[in-house]
Design a protein around this ligand. Structure first.
Ligand SMILES: Nc1ncnc2c1ncn2[C@@H]1O[C@H](COP(=O)(O)OP(=O)(O)OP(=O)(O)O)[C@@H](O)[C@H]1O
Ligand SMILES: O=C(O)c1ccc[n+]([C@@H]2O[C@H](COP(=O)([O-])O)[C@@H](O)[C@H]2O)c1
Length: 215
């Protein structure tokens, strides 16, 4: 069982937040977590498993704890940590999660990490402009999503806050709004692909097995 990470509570650290459904986790997630550690000079990346993406259907969504387990499998528990913190906070909206994390971890410099598909849809997220004011954002290229992301309404609205990829190493220290689009290798893999190939099977009800959320 993952707990709310406390590493960074007392020390000044830089943490990348990779929010996701992880339905299931895969090498694409691991790849961007590793790239983020390196390019953004982070101390940790938290694979923050969503209790339920507000924009995604519950159909074909595995129970939370199975998705958490799959994120734990790709994590190393040191620099890449799978966390159920959003479940414990009872939060599904990123804006609220980030505000709460900033409040709870005053010494941590957080960066939001997402694939190019996230930027392409970003204006559909609740209070997306507020998210941008709360936290620097690093976007990772993803096959078939680079052009839609760069031509998205969000990219255009946030143009003046764009920082070149070569400055990624200071992004975590920058006062938001600030975002970058990393120049890094792309991985053609998705959870959808894995599910469609029958690679993530789940059955039964999670309700029987899991304790109620703790805060
Ligand atoms: N191959 C990849 N390259 C870049 N970013 C990725 C990749 N896979 C996932 N991500 C990013 O990781 C975060 C979590 O993704 P998610 O858990 O939804 O995986 P997914 O493969 O996109 O899932 P699905 O196919 O079910 O939509 C998102 O910001 C997403 O853009
Ligand atoms: O807050 C929102 O409105 C919102 C809308 C869509 C996605 N998100 C978050 O984006 C992250 C990636 O989601 P997903 O399902 O594409 O992996 C995850 O942390 C979601 O909670 C958040």
């Amino acid at each position: 069982m993952s707990t709310i990470p406390t590493y960074g509570d007392k020390r000044r650290t830089r943490v990348g937040l990779l929010g996701g459904s992880f339905n299931p986790a895969h090498s694409g997630h691991l790849h961007i977590a590793q790239e983020a550690l390196r390019f953004l000079r982070l101390n940790q990346v938290w694979l923050m498993v969503s209790p339920g993406n507000p924009l995604k259907s519950k159909k074909n969504m595995a129970p939370f704890f199975q998705r958490l387990e799959s994120a734990e499998k790709i994590a190393d528990g040191k620099r890449i940590v799978a966390t159920d913190i959003e479940y414990r906070l009872r939060q599904r909206f990123t804006v609220k999660t980030i505000a709460e994390l900033i409040r709870r971890f005053p010494n941590v410099e957080f960066v939001w990490l997402m694939g190019a598909d996230g930027l392409a849809n970003f204006t559909r997220w609740k209070h997306w402009r507020k998210i941008v004011r709360l936290i620097p954002i690093a976007v990772f290229p993803r096959p078939e999503n680079v052009i839609p992301a760069l031509h998205s309404a969000a990219a255009s609205a946030l143009k003046k806050y764009y920082r070149p990829s070569r400055e990624a190493y200071i992004l975590a220290r920058q006062k938001p709004p600030a975002w970058t689009f990393l120049v890094s290798p792309q991985m053609k893999i998705s959870s959808t692909q894995i599910r469609e190939a029958g690679g993530f099977c789940f059955e039964g009800s999670e309700r029987k097995r899991i304790p109620p959320p703790r805060r």
